[in-house]
Design a protein. Structure first.
Length: 298
C-alpha cells in the first residue's frame, strides 16, 4: 500500500487520506468520475479548470451539508478525523479559521451542535452495511488503474466494496428525501451512473476474475430526523450501459485533450431550441382550462 504521500507509480488498490487522493497522486493528470461528469455535463474547459492538476486549480471548499456527509463517512468507515468546532455557526473569525485549518490538514470540521446528529446517523448506517455485506468489506479504498482502451491513468475512491465478492456500495447522505423516486432521479440528474461505470471498470481492471459480475448499489441516508435510509438501489443494466458509454466518451475526450493540451468549451455549431413535450402539454391544458385565454382569436 502507498503511504498516502508518495506519488503512485503502479495500478493497484491503495490506502491514502482523502485530501491526498483529491490532489491526484498519479504520474500524469488522471480522470476521475467527477471529472468525467463535468466533461459530459459541461465541457473539457470546465473539467480542466476544476482538476487538481490544472493550471488554475483551487482547493475544494465543501458546504456544511457535505462536511456532515464526510463526518458520517468517517464515523461509519474510519479514515478522516473529525475536528469539532465549539461554535453555533461559521460566522465568527475563529470558527472560519478553525474550519480552514482543519480542511487543509485533511480533517473534517464539524460544529459541536452537529456531533449528536452524526453519531445517530452513523449508528443507523453501520447496521445497514453490516447487513448488506453479511461479512467483511473494504472501506474508503482508492483504485488507481489504466484505461483498457487507451492505457491512460484513471482513479476513484470507493466508499465500500466486499472483500470476497464483486459488490460495490456507494454511501451518500442528503438533506432531501431518500424515497425510491427521489434517489433514482438523483442518480441520473447528478451523473452518478458515470461513477458506477467508472468504479465497475476499476474493479474489473484490478480484479480481472470479476469481469462481467460486478454489482453496484447506492445507499442514501437523510441528514434530518429520523435519519432514514433509502432502500439499497442497484444499478440496472440500462443505467450501467448509459454510464459506460458516457464514461468511455469522457475518457477519450480527456486523453486527447491531455495529448494536445487543448481543452475546448461548448461547441460552436448552432443548435435549435425545441420546446420539451411537457411544455407543449401544459400550454394545451391551459388553453382549455384558463378562462382568460378561452376564445382568443389569433
Amino acid at each position: 500500500m502507498a503511504d498516502g504521500m508518495s506519488p503512485v507509480l503502479e495500478p493497484g488498490w491503495y490506502e491514502m487520506p482523502e485530501h491526498v487522493y483529491h490532489k491526484d497522486p498519479c504520474p500524469l493528470p488522471s480522470l476521475s468520475a467527477s471529472c468525467a461528469k463535468t466533461i459530459i455535463e459541461s465541457s473539457l474547459s470546465h473539467a480542466w479548470l476544476s482538476h487538481p492538476r490544472g493550471p488554475n486549480s483551487e482547493p475544494f471548499k465543501p458546504s456544511e451539508t457535505m462536511e456532515i456527509g464526510k463526518a458520517v463517512h468517517a464515523a461509519v468507515f474510519g479514515g478522516a478525523k473529525m475536528h469539532i468546532i465549539d461554535a453555533d455557526s461559521y460566522r465568527t473569525k475563529d470558527a472560519k479559521e478553525q474550519r480552514e485549518a482543519a480542511t487543509l490538514k485533511g480533517d473534517v470540521p464539524i460544529l459541536k451542535k452537529k456531533v449528536e446528529v452524526i453519531e445517530k446517523m452513523a449508528a443507523i448506517a453501520k447496521q445497514r452495511f453490516e447487513g448488506l455485506y453479511g461479512g467483511p468489506y473494504h472501506a474508503e479504498r482508492v483504485a488507481i488503474w489504466k484505461c483498457p482502451r487507451s492505457g491512460a491513468w484513471r482513479r476513484g475512491m470507493l466508499d465500500t466494496s466486499a472483500k470476497a465478492a464483486p459488490i460495490i456500495v456507494d454511501y451518500k447522505t442528503t438533506g432531501a428525501s431518500v424515497s425510491d423516486d427521489a434517489c433514482i432521479k438523483r442518480i441520473f440528474d447528478s451523473g452518478l451512473h458515470i461513477q458506477a461505470a467508472a468504479y465497475e471498470e476499476a474493479m474489473t481492471q484490478l480484479n480481472p476474475k470479476w469481469a462481467g459480475r460486478v454489482r453496484f448499489l447506492f445507499q442514501w441516508q437523510e441528514q434530518k430526523e429520523p435519519f432514514e435510509l433509502s432502500r439499497p438501489i442497484e444499478m440496472s443494466e440500462a443505467g450501467m450501459t448509459l454510464g459506460r458509454e458516457q464514461w468511455a466518451i469522457a475518457g477519450a475526450l480527456w486523453d486527447k485533450a491531455q495529448e494536445t493540451q487543448s481543452f475546448p468549451g461548448y461547441g460552436v455549431t448552432p443548435t435549435e431550441a425545441t420546446p420539451p413535450p411537457w411544455h407543449i402539454t401544459n400550454w394545451e391544458i391551459r388553453m382549455e382550462t384558463d378562462e382568460t385565454l378561452n376564445g382568443v382569436n389569433t
